[in-house]
Design a protein around this ligand. Structure first.
Ligand code: ZN
Length: 231
């Protein structure tokens, strides 16, 4: 697979979150903190930050669904039809006995954000709340408006990095799911084979894995790939 589709859509998404954070900055800059008591200031900031984080999160879920659809379709060669967020594929012989099954991208993403995968948890679970709380605190203690802008930029960078990784992850997960749906049992690990490949990934290059046992990507920015393998 290539990450072209993920990258293209992600570019649009990152513009959207930049805009959301910019307008948050404008709103916060307009608040007269010195006229508010601590409790009021907390409430005012928390409400606004929460709203922006929720928007960024919801939009992220929407593009994750698109990634899931795209990469499942990319690897599954037994697709019957695609309708909305669902893909129907067949199991069995093309013209003989066959059964139809459905890949539900929305459900796939829903399950994905609940998995135990460490990267996933980091993005969607505790980290979401932690980032939000941290952003609110940093804004309230920033002292001046320039510092506040800096804190917001930092929060935006964190969000960006993790949302990007979530996109890469789900793309690969859906790609694997598509192979599994098509009956692929083994895959070969393929690295990008350039000097940026880390030693852990490099050691896996060319190795064969059972598709239901593979863990990929391995780390942030891992762009290793898989190809079906016949044993
Ligand atoms: Zn890698």
């Amino acid at each position: 697979m290539t990450y072209d589709y993920t990258d293209k859509l992600y570019k649009k998404y990152s513009l959207l979150i930049v805009r959301a954070f910019n307008s948050l900055n404008r709103e916060l800059q307009a608040l007269a903190f010195d006229e508010l008591n601590a409790g009021k200031a907390y409430k005012a900031v928390n409400e606004r930050v929460k709203k922006v984080y929720k928007k960024c999160y919801d939009e992220l879920i929407d593009i994750l669904i698109l990634f899931a659809l795209h990469y499942f379709e990319d690897s599954c060669d037994k697709i019957v039809q695609k309708k909305g967020n669902k893909i129907t594929y067949y199991v069995g012989k093309k013209d003989g006995f066959r059964k139809e099954k459905t890949f539900d991208a929305e459900k796939f993403v829903e399950d994905y954000v609940k998995t135990d995968n460490i990267i996933v948890k980091y993005i969607f679970d505790n980290e979401y709340e932690r980032k939000l709380t941290r952003a609110v605190e940093a804004i309230l203690t920033s002292g001046n408006k320039a510092e506040m802008k800096k804190e917001l930029d930092k929060a935006l960078r964190y969000w960006n990095r993790q949302a990007k990784q979530a996109g890469d992850n789900i793309s690969m997960e859906a790609y694997i799911e598509g192979f599994e749906a098509a009956g692929v049992e083994y895959v070969k690990w393929v690295t990008e084979k350039d000097e940026r490949v880390c030693p852990t990934c490099s050691a896996r290059d060319g190795k064969i894995y059972r598709i239901d046992k593979i863990i990929i990507p391995l780390h942030y920015n891992c762009r290793c790939n898989i190809v079906p393998y016949e044993k």
